[in-house]
Design a protein around this ligand. Sequence first.
Ligand code: FAD
Length: 324
Amino acid sequence: MSVLIFVETNEGKVKPSSLEAVAYGAKVADMLGSSATALVLGELAQEELESIGGYGAKKVMHAADSRLNQINLLAYAEALAQAVEASGAKVLVMAKSSLGDPVAARVAGRFKAAFAGNVIELPTKEGEHLKVKRSVYTGKAFAYTILKGEKQIIAIKKNILAIEKTDAKATVEAFTPTLDDALFSRVKTVKVEKASDEISLPEADIVVSGGRGLKGPENWGMIEELAKVLGAATGCSKPVSDMGWRPHHEHVGQTGVKVSPNLYIAVGISGAIQHLAGVNSSKNIVVINKDPEAPFFKAADYGIVGDAFEVVPKLTEALKKRLG
Ligand code: FAD
């Protein structure tokens, strides 16, 4: 059962979430006694392609078609389906993302494949099939799912695996899918413009989030400064965005953005279940709250009981010294 991994790129680099998918796919291939191949769509430097080998893929199929430089769902799904056929892969692995999810759904439809999203652990074997553990109900429960299809597709959440990188280089092979121009003309993106230079919240490795405990929008400077020192994205609780202290796209939780960073720092947030639903798959949670009884402390890996207005500037200064 060979394994194909769909790799996403951004600004000439492989996305970290896709490198994790490669490492995951390589471990699945090991378990199945086969090898892992990665698929890259669009132009990318040779060095970057080869470096995917450091995460466990022996081979990279590269479709260097410049029409694929910009995301196009129909063309991506078609190219991926052709790569599945060309490689003979039985298992397809990808990162759960706003691109991965719809592409996976289309490819699953094409092959009548079994698809599981939100997967949070390596699979086990259940006879001929794979059994996966998935995070469901916004992280409040786990589902154990057996993938019963000739082809099996797994989309993994971020930060579920400790990744070891080696210096191994992948063999890069040109892959030329047949892509009709109509695929590109039906939906055509004419321009992509960055809305801002902010780090994308759903993709961020570190998130610094503020709640009502910060008293008002005028106090967000210290959150932004801490985020800047750490290279983090900023988030907030729902009331904070409802009151217009912060933009709605920063609202984290059940009704907002779900994040799963390596580090989530919550400042002046009580830890209501609706907020936790959006952050509980973070790898490490640090809570700063002046109330030692705040519910967030129960979900925290590290907690600081103290006034945010004293703790945050001190923390930022200390980090500045340490991180240069
Ligand atoms: P508060 O609950 O007011 O907590 C403020 C915290 O700051 C307190 O713990 C306090 O001790 C601390 N604090 C105060 N001063 C300081 C200081 N100087 N230093 C340090 N700490 C201090 N909420 C979300 O966040 N996301 C959601 O997606 C979401 N969805 C919801 C959906 C539904 C259907 C409902 C009913 C509610 C939802 N909520 C959501 C709201 C949620 O229930 C809470 O009301 C909200 O998360 C509380 O926000 P908060 O922690 O910022 O404010």
